[in-house]
Design a protein around this ligand. Sequence first.
Ligand SMILES: Cc1cc2nc3c(=O)[nH]c(=O)nc-3n(C[C@H](O)[C@H](O)[C@H](O)COP(=O)(O)OP(=O)(O)OC[C@H]3O[C@@H](n4cnc5c(N)ncnc54)[C@H](O)[C@@H]3O)c2cc1C
Length: 378
Amino acid sequence: MAQQSRTAVVVGGGIGGLAAAIGLRRAGWSVTVLERAAVPREVGAGWSFAPNALRAADALGVGDAFRAVSVPTEAGATLRAPDGRHLMRFRPGRDTPLLANHRAEVHRALLDRLPDDVVRHGAEVTGVERTGRGVTAVYGDRRVTADVLIGADGIRSAVRGALWSGPPSPVYQRIRCWRGVTGPDAVWPVAGFQTWGRGARFGAHPLPGHRVFWFLTVRAEHPGVRYDDDLAEVRRHVGDWHDPIPALVTATPPGSVLCHDIHDLDPLGSYVDGRVALLGDAAHPMTPFLAQGACQALEDAATLAAVLDGAGDVPAALASYDRARRPRSQRVQRMARQDPRTSLSTGAVAYGVLTRVTRLAGTRVAARKAARLWSWVP
Ligand SMILES: Cc1cc2nc3c(=O)[nH]c(=O)nc-3n(C[C@H](O)[C@H](O)[C@H](O)COP(=O)(O)OP(=O)(O)OC[C@H]3O[C@@H](n4cnc5c(N)ncnc54)[C@H](O)[C@@H]3O)c2cc1C
């Protein structure tokens, strides 16, 4: 029997695609990444990574590179009300800090692990074709054929659109989100916290270089609304909330604020079609309420590299990837859809119940819930 060639094409060079490329190269595959953006990502805001993401990153050999661009944040277990009262307090030595970092710096750390010729920028994939023994990605007037194709092209995946029946469309979750990063030393130190108001939730994480990443999520019935002055809109929601929230907003360069409508996807029946697998947001986009989207993409990448390591039968290996990843990631996706239904309640009664239950349940209950989410091992 002819020796199986081991070539992979990854569509999308976000965190999921780059992590998959690194994992596949470690498993002996020759990899090409096709990324739509003309240049590597230099913008973006912050992220927090939970222990499951770090375990996946370690399995991929990039854990130390992540740690080098991250700082601990207490935002997973410090919850406050808009007037500053604590609903829950981080307990040093007992609660797990998350790691916070800047997207562009994580992205750079991953790119640095790949030889220059692996990632082709300015390569927007518009079609996917099955060939006799492989699968072909089409971009512009060029094509790349490989033994396996990984669709890591995000929530509006062209790979999913080309091969999955339906195709399923993103579902608007009636949530708008702003994100910003302060200038260095403008507001410092900040330990990381979240503040829950009625129909609005603010969070902040420290970042390396004495910067602070913050986000605000609010209920918003209709997608597509945009603002002349995003910071003014953020202030309208949280301008009178506790310190240092107003100062964080003021310390953010106006042009750098990001505003997005939040969509997810109904669960897919499969992440795999023959020699094609979906990964990350292409497979299971989720609301950011559990801060798990990128963490799940890293779990996907580590699992994919493990099943394809030494695999003779690519479709069988991908089928085992689907069996391993779909139940877990779709459970997280469901929880992330469910969470804002209570935590982003606009009604006074629902908000009162939420804050009371949160205070009574306390950090121990929250830690048990988080442990279930974070206990994944490669
Ligand atoms: C407000 C917000 C806050 C979040 N906070 C967190 C957090 O704290 N922790 C966490 O773990 N997750 C978080 N997430 C989720 C996280 O951002 C995503 O889950 C993660 O970025 C998914 O990575 P990905 O590589 O799958 O997709 P993406 O990051 O979307 O990358 C897809 C890549 O594919 C490229 N691409 C798209 N189409 C094509 C094409 N046709 N051809 C070639 N290239 C293409 C894109 O340019 C992009 O580079 C948050 C999300 C949001 C919206």
